[in-house]
Design a protein around this ligand. Structure first.
Ligand SMILES: Nc1nc2c(ncn2[C@@H]2O[C@H](COP(=O)(O)OP(=O)(O)O)[C@@H](O)[C@H]2O)c(=O)[nH]1
Ligand SMILES: [Mg+2]
Length: 583
């Protein structure tokens, strides 16, 4: 096959594979959309429901739903991070991406320029490259994107120092050729941090990696380390041993100057280099690369020289035809699979990852909802224990309160009025109910304050000293003034003397007995009033509390759960049917 035929077949294959890559079009957008819908509906669901004017209710709902919202937002953030980690591949979905990787000065950019075809075009050689516009190079440097005519190559001066090292050694440069994207990464270790990260991203997400190593200095520790990494990551890669040419001085011109002629390295040299490389790779456990196919010794310079001179033997010696042939082969036979399998698998595993996060969230919701159900039951259907506890506590407090007050009265203190007792006891009941509810829901006291009016206790009377009066009749003697009797007495009376008579009579005497404070009477009235509260009002309050606090939270939970379910269904639908092939 002539050089032109080989080049034409290569270019035509690249141009023809364009339409193969539509399959995963839009996956990232769809995924992003799906996550956004999820996030929006979570915001909607966890929005405090209705504009409740009831004091505190909004706050309690807020504090209850806040945890959920926080958790779900976390979920969405994790989902998005997972999506972003795969968005890179899908942003390169429309092409078969070949990343060129290897140390500085391996000849990566030089070979890339050959593949881009502009150098061939510029020689005036007609090929299939003429079917398309001159490809342009996109240069990415620390996030800035510029355009250029060709891949910047390293130019060394005669002392071997690199001239203008910047562009050629640190930027990422890429171009498209039909359905193929060629990504020229800067040399390993020579890059700025930002570019290195990006270069690594490109390498990580490429469909095929072409690792180039200068055949003069191939097989350094660094090379083997990188190749081992690619192998361990199960990446599809080729190894090119580049610049396999040498200068031969074989002729003299008319003036007797020697003519330097570019020639392939000797077969012997090439073979021994390949032997060494293959052995070393085998030792590293890299056995999948076929020599002469995936391990190739090439000289791009020789290939260009061959084109210039229309030298078929030199073209054959350059091995560029073999390199083009393997690219054709992979593009025709593997790129569809690589293209769909690699990103497809990554998208699917990102989706699986997101589904896992969502299922985790569902578990959390279920646990939360289980806890809520328990609280709810404690407040409603199974409220006997809670009621008994509360009642016990109320009774205990009231009893000791009344006993204390009674003692005071007993000791001569003022009696306590019924209204005072009612007020104080009602407060005790209210506090007991509150503290029990507070254990169930932080902040529930705010709601309960509106119920304080309905928790009224009737004592039925003052707390005072009870007395009784006992009366009995007693006979008593008494004296009374009488009129003077007879002349003498009258005379004496005239001068002021008083005369008395005596008699007996029955007198009724009453005695007051202190019977003690009317504690039993007050307590029994309070107890029946308390019983009443615990039969009707308090269970009612617990039920309302459960309703007002739990229902909205449950609505949020149910909403979130069904949102998660529908998101999972949507995500499953976004998975890409990965062809079941080798690799
Ligand atoms: N002799 C010879 N020199 C080459 C060949 N390929 C590239 N070079 C030279 O090697 C130097 C580095 O090439 P470049 O492509 O910039 O290396 P990169 O750092 O791997 O991109 C340049 O001066 C090229 O001219 C080749 O096949 N043969
Ligand atoms: Mg370069």
């Amino acid at each position: 096959m002539t050089a032109i035929e080989a080049i034409n077949e290569f270019v035509d294959t690249m141009l023809g594979c364009r339409d193969m890559f539509d399959k995963i079009e839009g996956s990232d957008e769809k995924l992003a959309q799906c996550i956004k819908v999820f996030l929006d509906s979570i915001a909607e669901i966890t929005k405090t429901s209705r504009s409740d004017d009831k004091t505190g209710l909004k706050e309690i709902q807020e504090s209850q739903t806040q945890t959920l919202r926080k958790m779900l937002e976390d979920v969405a953030a994790k989902m998005d991070a997972t999506r972003k980690s795969m968005s890179f591949i899908s942003s390169n979905k429309e092409s078969f991406n070949i990343a060129v990787f290897g140390k500085v000065k391996a000849g990566k950019s030089y070979t890339g320029n050959f593949i881009m075809g502009n150098v061939i075009r510029d020689m005036g050689i007609q090929t299939s490259y003429d079917k398309i516009e001159r490809p342009k190079v996109t240069v990415i440097d620390k996030g800035k994107i510029t355009s250029s005519e060709k891949l910047a190559e390293i130019e060394s001066n005669k002392d071997g120092f690199i001239v203008d090292p910047n562009e050629a050694t640190s930027t990422i440069q890429l171009f498209n050729l039909g359905g193929m994207k060629w990504i020229d990464t800067p040399g390993i270790g020579s890059v700025t941090w930002e570019n290195e990260i990006l270069a690594q991203d490109f390498v990580d997400s490429a469909d095929l990696i072409v690792y180039m190593s200068n055949s003069d200095a191939a097989g350094t520790q660094q090379d083997f380390k990188e190749l081992k990494t690619l192998h361990d990551k199960k990446r599809r890669f080729l190894l090119l041993l580049t610049q396999s040419d040498t200068i031969e001085e074989e002729d003299c011109d008319d003036e007797g100057n020697t003519i330097a002629k570019l020639a392939p390295k000797s077969d012997e040299d090439r073979r021994s280099m390949e032997d060494y490389i293959c052995e070393s790779l085998h030792e590293l456990g890299i056995t999948e690369l076929k020599r002469g196919y995936e391990i190739l010794t090439i000289s791009t310079k020789l290939a260009l020289e061959a084109l210039k001179n229309n030298d078929q033997a030199m073209w054959d010696a350059s091995n560029l035809d073999k390199f083009l042939a393997i690219l054709i082969d992979i593009t025709k036979n593997e790129s569809r699979d690589l293209k769909i399998i690699t990103p497809g698998k990554r998208i699917n595993s990102a989706i699986d990852e997101i589904i896992k996060i969502l299922n985790g969230a569902k578990d959390t919701l279920n646990k939360h909802s289980q806890g809520l159900r328990e609280v709810e039951e404690k407040l409603t259907d199974n409220n006997e224990t809670l009621l008994a506890e509360m009642k016990n506590e109320c009774y205990g407090k009231i009893d000791s309160f009344i006993t204390k007050k009674a003692q005071e009265v007993e000791n001569g203190g003022a009696s306590v009025s019924a209204s005072d007792i009612n007020r104080l006891i009602s407060a005790e009941v209210y506090n007991s109910v509150m503290s029990a509810c507070k254990d169930a829901f932080a902040g529930s006291e705010k709601i309960l304050s509106s119920y304080s009016e309905s928790l009224k206790i009737q004592s039925g009377g003052d707390l005072s000293m009870k007395t009784d009066t006992i009366s009995h009749t007693r006979r008593e003697a008494y004296s009374y003034e009488r009129d003077p009797d007879g002349f003498i007495e009258n005379v004496r009376a005239f001068f002021g003397k008083k005369y008395y008579g005596s008699s007996v009579r029955d007198v009724t005497v009453t005695t007051e007995i202190k019977l003690g404070v009317n504690i039993a009477q007050v307590m029994s009235s309070i107890t029946s009033s308390l019983d009443e509260l615990f039969i009707t009002q308090i269970p009612e309050i617990l039920k309302r509390l459960a309703d007002e606090i739990i229902s909205p939270v449950r609505r949020v939970q149910e909403g979130a759960k069904s949102q998660i379910d529908s998101t999972i269904t949507k995500l499953e639908g976004l998975k890409i049917a990965v062809p079941n092939t080798k690799g």
